[in-house]
Design a protein around this ligand. Structure first.
Ligand code: NAD
Length: 499
């Protein structure tokens, strides 16, 4: 949770102070304002963090601009080796990073370790791409040589949410650096800590210090970064509303944006599905990280023939979860902040008011200081038009919508403004192929969930975003194409535009 240091008071001081990390130096914020990041399981302050001002953001962008030409011109094999070294260091410091992430974010330690391993994988994967960023030769005829080169943009702004802080740092920073860009990272105000450590590991690996800068803060810091004319490309992961603000700010300087936004992801369970396999996948996909996952399976569309069996099994699984502080490595930790806990509670109230059946969960700790816990919650008898079926709750709340028309369920699945992920549970291979094509989502899983890896493109249709992260496609967000045409003969007046 975030509160200002002054509000928290000196009687319960945080253990540590983090300044802005600019040009490899710890720099105090220009207006001397700090905020506190706390353990969401206990509400105990962990650290005091510099709130970067517009002036601090300007210093970070200036440092990155100065570092850019040197990093761009570093030979691709050297760039790749240093990026690979970052991965080795992340693996070496896995325990430390996972503990930091677990206490700051709230997630169970084993899930934090999995995130950190994933962060290392991004650096490994993109390290291998650094010397393969090839252009192409275009056969325009004997009198001209025509080819393309792929060049980095310059300064990449990385705006990161609080659900997978270190992992999403790596998802954006690794391809940005591999392509030769310098970065300015703005972590989310409730989970800034792992970003500083990841940046330090980049320095240790030989990435120029000014090429990776970290400025923490909330919306104002993010807005100063996205509106900065020295930023050449923006990667934003977060909510649709903030994504819209980022796009608007970016329009001032025509800065390209990659937006990874929310989802309300359908999991269709057909009557021929293996129900226990579907329950296993869907429960993991909605209750991991306390449901704070953009690609969570948060809307199950279940055929009437298997509905009762599905509900009975998933309620049993939901009720088996043990909750506790992340560092104790329970099955589920707290939500990340008080503000988010209030939002999830509000949606649970909305579900009740709308007439959905609360099959399990829904209770939350009432008193401040007990941590921001919400148990696995399942709403059944949900109508797809209800607010809890249309809007992203971003918590451990599954809505189960019954259906009985196999031909109509794809319409229901697509009947939301989002289009991030979707799952199909069926043993009919023809249906799986056909429905996978009809679903409006960037990622479709069949008889599993979270089928994407660091090697596969990930991103949204509709309001879930623009552009793709992961895989080689992510590099398109960090490279621009230049076409070079070289005349081999004497120029003629026939060379007219539009010819
Ligand atoms: P958020 O939009 O509130 O904040 C995201 C980041 O933007 C934070 O760092 C925040 O400080 C910053 N920010 C806030 N106002 C800003 C502004 N005006 N200009 C620039 N930056 C600003 O989102 P959140 O609550 O931190 O994250 C949850 C959301 O993120 C959910 O909707 C979730 O689905 C989405 N998400 C998407 C993906 C994906 O890959 N598609 C991954 C993780 C999370």
């Amino acid at each position: 949770m975030v509160s200002s240091f002054k509000e928290k008071g000196p009687e319960n001081p945080p253990k540590k102070r983090y300044e802005n990390l600019i040009n490899g130096d710890w720099m105090a914020p220009s207006d001397d304002e700090y905020f506190v990041t706390s353990d969401p399981a206990t509400n105990e302050p962990i650290a005091e963090v510099a709130r970067a001002t517009a002036g601090d953001v300007d210093a970070a962008v200036t440092a990155a601009r100065e570092a850019f030409p040197g990093w761009r011109d570093t030979g691709p094999p050297t760039r790749g080796r240093r990026i690979h070294r970052v991965a080795e260091l992340i693996r070496e410091y896995e325990d430390e990073l996972a503990e930091l992430e677990s206490i700051d974010q709230g997630k169970p330690l084993s899930q934090a370790k999995s995130d950190i391993k994933g962060a290392a994988r991004y650096f490994e994967y993109y390290a291998g791409a650094a010397d393969k960023l090839e252009g192409k030769s275009i056969p325009v005829g004997p009198d001209q040589v025509d080819f393309t080169v792929r060049e980095p943009y310059g300064v990449s702004a990385q705006i990161i949410p609080w659900n997978f802080p270190a992992n999403l740092f790596a998802r954006g920073v690794a391809p940005a650096l591999a392509a030769g860009n310098a970065v300015v990272v703005k972590p989310a105000p409730t989970t800034p800590l792992s970003a500083y450590r990841m940046a330090q590991l980049c320095f240790e690996a030989g990435i120029p210090e000014a090429a990776v800068n970290v400025v923490a803060g909330g919306g104002e810091t993010g807005a100063a970064l996205t509106a900065h004319e020295g930023v050449n490309t923006i990667t934003f992961t977060g909510s649709v509303t903030t994504g819209q603000a980022v796009m608007e700010a970016a329009s001032e300087n025509i800065t390209p944006v990659t937006l990874e936004l929310g989802g309300k992801n359908p999991a269709i369970v057909y009557p021929d599905a293996d129900v226990s396999e579907a329950v296993d996948s869907i429960s993991t996909a909605i209750f991991t990280n306390a449901g704070q996952i953009c690609s969570a399976a948060d809307r199950a569309l279940v055929h009437a023939d298997v509905y009762d069996e599905f509900v009975e099994q998933i309620v049993t699984v939901a009720e088996s979860y043990q909750l506790g502080p992340g560092l104790d490595d329970p099955e589920m930790g707290p939500l990340n902040s008080e503000g988010h806990w209030k939002k999830v509670r509000r949606y649970i109230d909305i579900g009740r008011t709308e007439g959905a059946t609360l099959a399990t969960g829904g209770t939350t700790t009432e008193e401040e200081g007990e941590g921001w816990f919400v148990p696995p919650t399942v709403f059944t008898d949900v109508d797809n038009d209800m607010q809890i079926a249309q809007e992203e709750v971003f918590g451990p709340v599954l809505v189960v919508v019954p259906f009985d028309d196999n031909d109509d369920v794809v319409r229901l699945a697509n009947d939301v403004e989002y289009g991030l992920t979707a799952g199909i549970f069926t043993n009919d291979v023809r249906r799986a192929h056909r429905v996978a094509r009809e679903i409006e989502a960037g990622n479709v899983y069949v008889n599993k969930w979270f089928g994407d890896t660091d090697q596969t493109p990930f991103g949204g249709y509709k309001k879930s975003g623009i552009g793709r992260e992961k895989g080689l496609e992510a590099l398109d967000s960090y490279l621009q194409t230049k076409n070079i045409a070289i005349n081999l003969t004497r120029s003629t007046s026939d060379d007219l535009p539009g010819a």
